[in-house]
Design a binder for this molecule. Structure first.
Ligand SMILES: *Cc1c(COP(=O)(O)O)cnc(C)c1O
Length: 369
């Protein structure tokens, strides 16, 4: 051994990992405020289905037992409510875990994983975690640029992630454009449609991606229980995918990746059509109200199909996004800064209850005064 090599070597993380800036979630606390209005993580302001809460509590009786690793009852409940084939559903600890399964199954060092510039941050983080190169494709008017994404695809492109509606912009891509994207991508590329906000969409002709999955062997749709179902803390998501994709992902998935109480609550939640409808309708009404108030205050809002709005403030001056965030925090109101998404002039504001939205708008009226 040469003298240079005698220095003890430290364990080193895999290359690429240190390029990851760990995901920073929406703020949940602020010092000095006794009442918090949390509009920073797109959670359901109405809580969760009472049936789901009951099912979760019942799960307390069997904490000592391993959960059903195949998530059969939940997959069947999802299949029934969505009109899908339960054999083509796979459940995860949040759709975040589904995203990591897809990256681990289909990509590694030397591969590319594509997303649009203002797409959900987890795509980039999961790509780096498997040693693949994330490729960010610029958007036009805060919308994914389908032509640019098709042009950016190459023999190394293993996965393309597109959220529809997109978080944080709230924009919706028409089904025809999603199909044009799929048709324009190489056949070795798996297209992943992240439909985390599907239940909120009222646009005629919207397809969450399920129809496209049924027709092809190169499309996956992901969904979550964290948004309209109000079960974010339980970490529960699922995907609808071709059988070959499910089979491959099941080899990567841990045998008991979803906990029993999460399975039970999810099974009850997906069947509670009333709660889902009330959450959706409440959101539509409140979102229109919040958007109109923001516009009147001089903060343009991107038309949103989710349970949040993206509002434009500015990068400097008294009414900048930073100034607004600081002011709102002093009132105990938490919203999401967007630098991490390449949108430093914008704030993403989750739609709350009528009372929460009222507190937000009253504070912003004071802010501009
Ligand atoms: C919130 C969100 C998710 C998922 O969340 P989980 O809590 O991990 O299920 C996935 N994609 C988008 C675009 C989201 O906004």
């Amino acid at each position: 051994m040469t003298p240079e090599n005698t220095a003890p070597q430290k364990p080193e993380p895999k290359s690429g990992l240190m390029r990851i800036s760990p995901y920073v979630g929406g703020k949940a606390t602020v010092s000095g405020a006794n009442r918090i209005v949390k509009l920073s993580s797109n959670e359901n302001p109405y809580g969760a289905s009472l049936a789901a809460i009951e099912a979760f509590k019942d799960g307390a009786d069997t904490l000592a037992l391993y959960p059903d690793g195949s998530a059969r009852a939940l997959r069947e409940a999802i299949a029934k409510s969505e009109g899908l084939d339960p054999a083509r559903i796979l459940c995860g600890a949040g759709s975040d875990e589904i995203i990591t399964f897809l990256c681990r199954t289909y990509a590694g060092p030397g591969d590319e994983i594509m997303h649009s510039a203002h797409g959900f941050l987890m795509y980039q983080l999961s790509a780096l975690a498997v040693g693949a190169d994330p490729v960010s494709v610029p958007e036009v008017d805060l919308m994914a640029d389908i032509d640019a994404m098709i042009a950016a695809a190459n023999e190394r492109t293993k996965l393309v992630f597109i959220a529809n509606p997109n978080n944080p912009t709230g924009t919706l891509i028409p089904d025809t454009e999603i199909r044009r994207l799929r048709d324009g991508l190489p056949s070795h590329t798996l297209l992943v449609i992240d439909a985390a906000y599907a239940e909120y969409v009222t646009e005629p002709g919207y397809d969450s991606g399920a129809a496209l999955v049924s027709e092809r062997d190169d499309v996956v749709m992901t969904r979550t229980f964290s948004k309209i179902h109000g079960l974010a803390t339980l970490r529960l998501g699922w995907c609808y995918a071709p059988e070959a994709v499910i089979d491959a992902m099941n080899r990567v998935r841990g045998p008991f990746n979803v906990s029993g109480p999460a399975l039970a609550a999810g099974t009850a939640a997906i069947a509670d059509a009333d709660f889902i409808a009330r959450s959706r309708d409440g959101n539509i009404e409140a979102r229109a109200w919040v958007a109109e108030k923001l516009e009147r205050l001089g903060f343009p809002v991107t038309p949103s199909h989710g349970n949040f709005v993206l509002a434009e403030f500015g990068t400097s001056g008294p009414h900048s996004a930073e100034a607004a965030d600081t002011f709102l925090q002093s009132r105990g109101i938490l919203i999401r800064r967007m630098e991490g998404y390449g949108l430093p002039a914008h704030l993403r504001i989750s739609i709350g209850t009528a009372a929460e939205n009222g507190v937000l708008i009253a504070a912003l009226e004071d802010f501009v005064a």
